[in-house]
Design a protein around this ligand. Structure first.
Ligand code: 2M8
Length: 415
């Protein structure tokens, strides 16, 4: 058990980070590294803010949905016009597009975890008026994905590694190896001025990111470039969103059944097409190949209440053994795999949001394991601070400091 005083001190420090990163309508993930509003960050931030400032949590989500496009898509970045143009790469000049509200945005999306967040915010501080306001926007977000990203397997595709949220996961090494990308001047990158280059994606990764985004942009954000995969985390977020939308629909006096059916159909499609040997994997839509890897994304279906118990048991065994979850921190990639790197971004380090998703799935299935995970995460941030990611073996902090979702989700773990 974490002593009450220690937990109270960590909570106060978390709130200080969130206050410092608040920009008057949204929270930046990190002042220097990510100075705008990011889509799935805002959902996780709202979940944490709900614990101490629910009004701010509602505002965070409504600001993000203020940047929603007419087609329903919620862009992965909503740019703050007050931030100098060159502060983040690729910035507004690269994406070259704006929402009907006038907010300049990117044109890609991130995992749709926002309905989960809206429901959690409501649970912390019930507000049916908020749910009535956000429900149609959340539905439009899901409809965009169904209409534009559904493949014949019934799964949703992501068209950019940034859409996975796990940008340089080794799961993308194979599809990225086939990308024909030109050189990119190292100087355009801003990230390596803030964080050590060996804790960030490589230059070749960035060349691919820019090439794939440019190709999508040049079709008016309609047709994929050289990357199209069905990712287990993204599809899990979508199915979990449908489950949350069913609960929201009930509060709004609407029919929850279509959402329940959609969630169940997605779980079936994932089990049929993405599961193999104790883990969910991504599937490359361009080659039809299952991208067998050891990514922690493959454990997130544990969040889904409708997951068949046999699959849940096998995932838990994989988490405990292959991912060495017994140590307490969930790595983003299995430590025994050859691609594992304990300090480089999404290639091994432990991230609080990914661990939080798996923790959600373990709370009811293996409460003792879940409790140990939560305690370890709280202890680790207590010692290393609200870093962006952590070495899962030594618990050392990496990436930027004062990272918003690390602070926000720890507030939720402590509550
Ligand atoms: C990271 O991604 C951005 C691009 O979207 C970047 O590296 O510049 C990822 O960790 C992503 O999951 C996260 O949403 C974003 C902001 O925290 O940073």
């Amino acid at each position: 058990m974490i002593a009450g005083e220690d937990a109270a001190g960590i909570s106060r420090a978390a709130v200080r980070v969130l206050v410092a990163n608040w920009d008057g309508g949204h929270t930046v993930p990190s002042r220097r590294l990510y100075p705008h509003q990011w889509s799935w960050d805002s959902a996780f931030i709202a979940i944490g803010n709900a614990r101490w400032a629910p009004r701010r949590a509602r505002c965070e989500l409504l600001t993000l949905f203020g940047a929603q496009w007419r087609d329903g898509r919620v862009p992965h970045i909503a740019f703050n016009p007050e931030v100098p143009m060159g502060a983040y790469f690729p910035g507004p000049d690269f994406w070259d597009v704006s929402a009907p509200s006038g907010t300049v945005t990117s044109g890609i999306v991130q995992p749709p975890v926002h309905a989960i967040a809206a429901w959690r915010v409501h649970l912390a501080d019930p507000d049916p008026a908020f749910l009535r306001r956000i429900y149609p926007r959340l539905v439009a977000q899901q409809e965009f994905l169904r209409a534009n990203r559904r493949n014949p397997d019934g799964l949703l595709s992501i068209l950019h590694p940034w859409e996975s949220g796990m940008d340089n996961s080794p799961a993308w090494d194979e599809p990225l190896a086939a990308v024909n990308a030109g050189p990119l001047a190292a100087a355009v990158r801003r990230d390596t001025a803030v964080v050590n280059a060996d804790e960030r994606p490589t230059q070749r990764d960035y060349e691919c990111y820019v090439e794939i985004a440019r190709a999508y942009r040049d079709t008016g954000y309609r047709r994929a470039g050289e990357f199209s995969v069905a990712d287990p985390l993204f599809n899990t977020a979508y199915a979990a969103a449908e489950t949350s939308l069913a609960k929201i629909a009930i509060v709004c006096g609407l029919d929850p059944e279509p959402h329940r059916r959609e969630a169940a159909a997605m779980v079936r499609a994932m089990a049929e097409h993405l599961y193999d040997d104790g883990l969910f994997h991504a599937k490359d839509e361009l080659t039809g190949k299952l991208l067998r890897s050891s990514s922690g994304a493959g454990l997130t279906p544990l969040m889904l209440p409708g997951l068949p118990p046999r699959l849940a048991d096998e995932l838990i065994a994989t988490a405990l053994e292959r991912f060495e979850l017994k140590r307490g921190l969930l790595p983003s990639f299995a430590p025994g795999a050859p691609e594992f790197d304990s300090a480089r971004y999404w290639r091994g380090p432990s991230w609080i949001n990914l661990a939080w998703m798996v923790w959600q799935g373990l709370r009811h299935r293996r409460p003792v394991v879940a409790e140990r995970m939560a305690e370890t995460m709280i202890r680790v941030v207590g010692r290393a601070g609200f870093r962006e990611y952590f070495d899962p073996l030594t618990f050392e902090g990496h990436g930027c400091h004062d990272f918003s979702w690390s602070a926000a989700l720890v507030l939720d773990l402590i509550a």
